[in-house]
Write a protein that binds this ligand. Structure first.
Ligand code: HEM
Length: 453
């Protein structure tokens, strides 16, 4: 295999150099799910677009005898997510299987509170919409605006924690000191969990996303031992949340759990049960922590690589929203998910995809598809209609927490621009992306310069 590494500048993109996998130059080198592939995903996408925009994964479908297919073109992924009837979510199929067993979901092995709550609160597309509008939008959707001051206080408190060391010239692990704790504090505040419990909540959060980190292949498959370990850890989380729900039922506060205890779900004409609330809390935690952390950490890398953009945004914050959206488009936190099935025979890009195939929706590849995006690898914070990206998906199942995450990102950079004159990679920055399906660094050492220095 020909080396292509010399085409990159290691000082600018150190992450592309540290993984065990070498840079792919042809289709034969591309395996999006192999060890170290994270360091070269963005080298692999142009190859897929050119040579295999619909890549078959033999025998890796939803059921026995079916195949998986990686969709990497923007039009294909967008078509699929906008039509939940033609391309039903795997979750609906999983729920049907669980229901068919005749046993209550609560009593089935490896069924978490989130699945139980989905089964009763949003088992179909209509209820999915009602669930979002009535139960999550007021807190993490359009209603997230109410958290502005709280998020600003969290961001500036975290900066206070490392600013002095940073100004003294100490390299700062930006993930540990800022990008990770910010969404942790924000979600704890929204749900109403005390800050002293954040380390424990973080451990449970890690257990929740274990399949996306340690799972194998496009289906994020874990071993039975790993799944057992995960469910044992999360049993404690379920009990912890159950206690919080009991507490809020008797003494409501201004938080999301109290809201969920009291809200009348008009779609079902009733209030929510404890296990249903527990399931919604689970969904908020699994969606709301790592994803935003990864977005902020990748944005930091882009700003280290584009100091001119740092200067431009610091002087004029009106471009901040364009920057965060463009950065997510270029470095999508959730790179791909295998969550839709074909309900009829389909043809994508001339490739036959039979009924019953499992579709791996590669959001990140769609977001750099050159047929949709002019110069897709250029950071252009004035890009027209950038929010048509598929970072949060689209259509009826679009991410319910997108508004909250967007707000956190904009506030994070606003606060950092207020405090520091410049930011750059620290010399000892041999960071790697973590394994799995998310684009996340475990550490990121940065140096900051005082304002006016
Ligand atoms: C940069 C941050 C984020 C990214 C990249 C992201 C991305 C996504 C994507 C791609 C999906 C799949 C949608 C589909 O299947 O069509 C999703 C679903 C979801 N997200 Fe997010 N998300 C982010 C932040 C958040 C936040 C902050 C929350 C909660 C506070 C959240 C909660 C959820 C939930 C609960 C779902 C599942 C919806 C369902 O049940 O199908 N996400 N997200």
């Amino acid at each position: 295999m020909t080396e292509k590494l010399t085409e990159r500048d290691p000082a600018k993109t150190p992450n592309h150099f540290s993984g065990p996998m070498r840079c792919p130059v042809g289709l034969g080198d591309v395996d999006l799910f192999s060890a170290g592939a994270q360091e070269h995903w963005y080298d692999a996408y142009p190859i897929l677009h050119d040579q295999a925009p619909v890549q078959r994964l033999e025998g890796e479908g939803y059921g026995p005898g079916s195949d998986g297919f990686i969709l990497s073109k923007y039009d294909d992924v967008a078509l699929v997510v906008r039509d939940p009837v033609r391309f039903p979510p795997t979750l609906f199929l999983a729920l049907e299987t669980m229901q068919a067993s005749g046993q209550a979901l609560e009593d089935q092995e490896f069924v978490n509170a989130m699945m139980v709550s989905m089964n009763s609160l949003r088992p179909n597309n209509e209820l999915w919409r009602a669930h979002r509008q009535e139960l999550t939008d007021p807190w993490v959707g359009p209603g997230a605006a109410r958290h502005q001051a709280m998020i600003e206080a969290a961001a500036s408190g975290l900066i206070d924690g490392f600013a002095e060391r940073a100004i003294d010239g100490e390299p700062i692990d930006f993930v540990r000191d800022f990008a990770r704790p910010l969404p942790q504090i924000v979600m704890a505040n929204i749900l109403g969990f005390p800050h002293k419990d954040i380390p424990q909540l973080a451990d449970w959060g890690n257990a929740q996303v274990a399949a996306f980190v340690y799972g194998k292949g496009h289906r994020n498959q874990m071993t039975k031992e790993q799944t057992t370990e995960q469910f044992t850890a999360l049993q404690e989380f379920q009990e912890y949340t159950a206690t919080a729900i009991l507490d809020r039922r008797s003494a409501p506060k201004d938080d999301m759990i109290s809201f969920l205890c009291n809200v009348e779900y008009s779609a079902l004409n009733r209030k929510l049960t404890d296990i249903e609330i527990n399931g919604i809390v689970y969904a908020m935690m699994i969606g709301g922590l790592e994803t935003t952390q990864y977005a902020i950490a990748e944005q930091a890398q882009l700003l280290c690589e584009h100091p001119d953009t740092w200067a431009q945004l610091q002087a004029d914050r009106s471009g901040l929203r364009g920057f965060t959206e463009e950065a997510m488009r270029m470095r999508s936190p959730t790179q791909g998910l295998s969550t839709r099935v074909t309900s009829q025979d389909e043809v994508f890009q001339g490739v036959k995809v039979p009924k019953g195939s499992l579709l791996h929706l590669r959001w990140a590849a769609a977001n750099v598809d050159p047929e949709e995006w002019e110069c897709p690898f250029d950071l252009n914070i004035e890009r027209k209609a950038v929010t048509r990206h598929l970072v949060f998906s689209q259509g009826p199942r679009v991410c319910p927490g997108a508004q909250l995450s967007r707000l956190e990102q904009v506030i994070a950079w606003d606060a950092l621009f207020d405090r520091f004159g410049a930011m750059e990679y620290a010399a000892d920055n041999g960071f790697e992306h973590q394994p799995g399906i998310m684009l996340g660094t475990l550490a990121l050492n940065l140096k900051f310069t005082d304002m006016g220095a």
